[in-house]
Design a protein around this ligand. Sequence first.
Ligand code: SF4
Ligand code: SF4
Length: 211
Amino acid sequence: MPAQVSSGAPARLGTRLCFLFYARPVFRAWEIFCNHTARLLIHKERRALPQFQKEWARLNLRRMEIQRELGRISRSHAHVCAQCGHCCQGTRERDAFLDRILQDPSTPHIHARRREGEMIALVQARAEKRLLHTEAPPAPNACNELTCRGCRIPNELRPMQCLAYFCGAAVRALSQQECEEGIRLVRQLMRLQWDAVKLAWRTRIGYGEKR
Ligand code: SF4
Ligand code: SF4
């Protein structure tokens, strides 16, 4: 698919710096904090009880909606990322604890890093016949999900860090409106991560949703 380039005026420097601040140190630190806190708080047996399942599913829908919108913004700098490719290089697994628990509350992969098995997003996309670039060969020395034509996971199913990361070159390709939207969406993603931490805590103290 041809790369889509942002049509709006370039974002103001202050807005770009603000977006970079949220997308880099703030989101990164917050994501690490929330993932570890949720992992330590969650109750291993109670996490997938029906009342909690419903709430994880609700959070997951919110996550997908935010990621869909972030994916829309990402199309504006797809040409920059296609030339660079840095973010998808390296073979480490990208899915974090919260990605897994939101997509499958019963997941057996409850450690900080998944060391075996497949990414839940991949399993889900395959089951729903939504895998992208199915004919393309895998990219060498890169994330397992990367093909020579791009990521095979749809935006809304990818790990959160894949959608929330923006570097200076990527942000320079965005319009003022896209930058402002990006800030709003990254903040929403951080709020959602905090809500997931609170839900993990509720599985520990045993209170499900009343309704
Ligand atoms: S976000 Fe930046 S570092 Fe990552 S692939 Fe795109 S241009 Fe490269
Ligand atoms: S899941 Fe997709 S977007 Fe994320 S690092 Fe892997 S190939 Fe890149």
